[in-house]
Design a protein around this ligand. Sequence first.
Ligand code: MN
Length: 214
Amino acid sequence: MMLVVSTTLWAQYKLPKLDYGYADLEPYIDSATMRIHYNNHHAAYTNNLNVTLQKYPELFKKDIVEIFQNLNEIPADIQTAVRNNGGGYYNHLLFWSMLTPAAKSKMSPAVEKALIKNFGSVENFKASFEKAAMTRFGSGWAWLIKDASGKLKITSTANQDNPLMSFADEKGKPLLALDVWEHAYYLKYQSKRADYTKAFWSVVNWTKVEEFMK
Ligand code: MN
C-alpha cells in the first residue's frame, strides 16, 4: 500500500484575513485589483513559499523575518525561491495591514511629529516617498523604514525584496509599504503610476504605521 502524504502537511503560511472588503478602498484602489491581487498574486507567493519550504520543513519553525536576515544561511538551492516567494508573502501581508478605508485614514499627532522630525514636513515626506515609488525601475516596492539608530528613512527595493533582507541597500524595520508592481495598479491606472501613488495617501492605515514605529 502506498503512503499518501498530504501536500498541505507543512503548509504553514496562510493568506491573512483582510480587515476590509475588496471594494472598501474604492475609488483609490479598485475592487477588481484587490480581488486579483489578493486571491491570485498573494495566494501564489504564499503557496510557492510553502512548496519551497517543504523541501526543508525545519525552516517552517523559523520566523520569516529571521530567515530574511540570514538568507545566505539557508540551503543554497532554495535561497532565490525564498527571497522571491517569502518576500512576496510577507510584503503583501504588510501592505494589506497598512491600508484602510479612506474614512478611517487619519494621521495621528505622533506620526505627524515623527515625519516632521525626520523629513522637515509631512509634505516633504510624501514627496520623497512618491519619488521613491516613481523612480523604482520595473517592479518593486517603496518603503518608509526605521533604521537601527531609530532614524526614519525612505527606500525602495526591486521585485519582492524588502529592507529586512540581509543584502538590502538600506536596512530597517518597515513602517509603510507601497507595492509598485504593475499588477497593483494597472487595471485602474494603466501606466499612470504617479496617480496610483498619490491615491495611496487616501487609504493609508496610519494607526498601523504608528504601531510599527514603536
Ligand atoms: Mn503585489
